[in-house]
Design a protein around this ligand. Structure first.
Ligand SMILES: [Zn+2]
Ligand SMILES: [Zn+2]
Length: 416
């Protein structure tokens, strides 16, 4: 019975990732758009910008986006959260307050609902959870706070290690995932008026810049300024953490030194992870592939293949009158090797390495052409991305860039 189902599934055509197709762009901003979302039912966009405006854009018959709402705030808008069911828009401000609006059904008007004095200093992330009637937020003051969206009362607060740049929430278990600039992800269990620290994930060598939670598979994705993405498999219960390396360290300094991962979205119906970086790159990862964890790097005083001493191994260097070598590591087996024994390069897509990395001669032999088949596709948005939003109902993606432009892309996969 089970095998029959499996066979039918494999026989079905696989959706193929296609090049994102540019549907339209909006370029009427004075400053960078900090957050923007695609409306699920209308052909429209809500934007909040550093230029202090909140705007709702509807696509007209001409194909152009025209503002149906244009509201200027007293200070810079730093982030927002939009709930389509209640049409509630929560806008985080530079001043630390969160201003809430309710949009009309036709998206031609909005009325102010409530203001929360949530933080001291810029609000970094705001997240409205309808199921809990909670408004979660983080700010420059390094506090995570949650308010009751019904009464407006502050329910609780938690002091984070560093400035928070990513926040996700699991409704079922009431866990909050908090990614910060120290590079760690803190997992908190939130109660009505208190919270407890569950655990912390440490895997990045740079700031955590983006978080994405898939509640179905119970997988958390974290993106970082270290160019990597880590997939933390919580549902698997084995502590598996898979690294995804597809955003290259830019080799062209100094103009584009800041090419960190900027956004992560998971498209559950096509099982694709979409990631973007500030160098303009959009990577679409096929998450149907089973990937392996990268090995721990082994430590040795000499090459584990040819036994040449490494440069800090003075005794052996002196005893055998040898020159000390630099230590390298094979990305596939993790062995400590000299440069000569690890001169080969290969992609290892099944370990998340979509670009060539150092491997030893033995591992190089063992990697077949089939193993080298890419499991991700690479695209250029042609602007330096600061924010990304994916709308699953329409299959469209929004990118906001440092060029003060919003681009809307069609990401619908082509069925082969
Ligand atoms: Zn060697
Ligand atoms: Zn190896």
């Amino acid at each position: 019975m089970c095998s029959t189902i499996m066979a039918t599934e494999t026989a079905q055509p696989r959706p193929q990732a296609r090049k994102p197709y540019l549907l339209g762009s909006i370029d009427a901003f004075q400053e960078v758009v900090s957050t923007a979302v695609i409306l699920p039912k209308e052909d429209g966009v809500i934007s909040v910008s550093e230029d202090r405006t909140i705007r709702v854009w509807l696509k007209r018959d001409s194909g152009q986006y025209w503002p149906s709402v244009f509201h200027t705030m007293p200070s810079t808008c730093s982030c927002m959260s939009f709930n389509p069911e209640t049409r509630r828009l929560s806008v985080g401000m530079d001043t630390g307050s969160i201003c809430e609006f309710i949009l009309f059904e036709d998206y031609n008007k909005m009325i102010p609902a409530r203001t929360y004095q949530a933080h001291q200093g810029r609000v970094s992330v705001v997240l409205f959870v309808l199921e809990m009637e909670w408004l979660l937020s983080t700010g420059q003051d390094k506090n995570l706070t949650w308010h009751c969206s019904e009464s407006g009362q502050q329910l609780g607060t938690y002091r984070t290690m560093a400035f928070v740049s990513g926040l996700q929430f699991d409704i079922e278990t009431r866990h909050a995932f908090v990614g910060d600039q120290s590079g760690q992800v803190t997992i908190l269990k939130l109660e009505q008026d208190s919270c407890s620290l569950v655990t912390t994930f440490k895997g990045h060598t740079g700031n955590v810049t983006a978080l994405c939670w898939d509640p179905v598979q119970r997988v958390l994705f974290s993106g970082s300024s270290d160019h990597s993405i880590i997939m933390w498999d919580i549902g698997g219960r084995k502590g598996t953490a898979i690294e995804l390396q597809g955003h290259k360290k830019n080799s062209l300094p100094p103009a584009r030194v800041n090419d960190k991962v900027q956004g992560l979205c998971y498209a559950s119906h096509t099982r694709q992870l979409i990631s973007c970086s500030s160098d303009g790159g959009i990577v679409i990862w096929n998450m149907d592939v089973t990937r392996q964890e990268t090995p721990e790097w082994l430590d040795s005083d000499s090459c584990q293949k040819c036994e040449q001493p490494f440069f800090w191994n003075f005794k052996q260097m002196w005893d055998s009158k040898k020159i000390g070598f630099r230590q390298h590591h094979c990305r596939k087996c993790g062995q400590a090797l000299c440069g000569k024994c690890s001169s080969k390069r290969s992609t290892i897509p099944l370990m998340g390495f979509e670009f060539e990395v150092r491997v030893c001669d033995v591992c190089h032999e063992s990697i077949t052409d089939e193993d080298r088949a890419p499991t991700a596709t690479f695209h250029d948005s042609k602007h330096s991305i600061v924010y990304m939003h994916y709308e699953p109902t329409t299959g469209s993606l929004l990118t906001s860039g440092t060029d003060k432009v919003i681009k809307i892309w069609d990401m619908t996969p082509v069925v082969a």
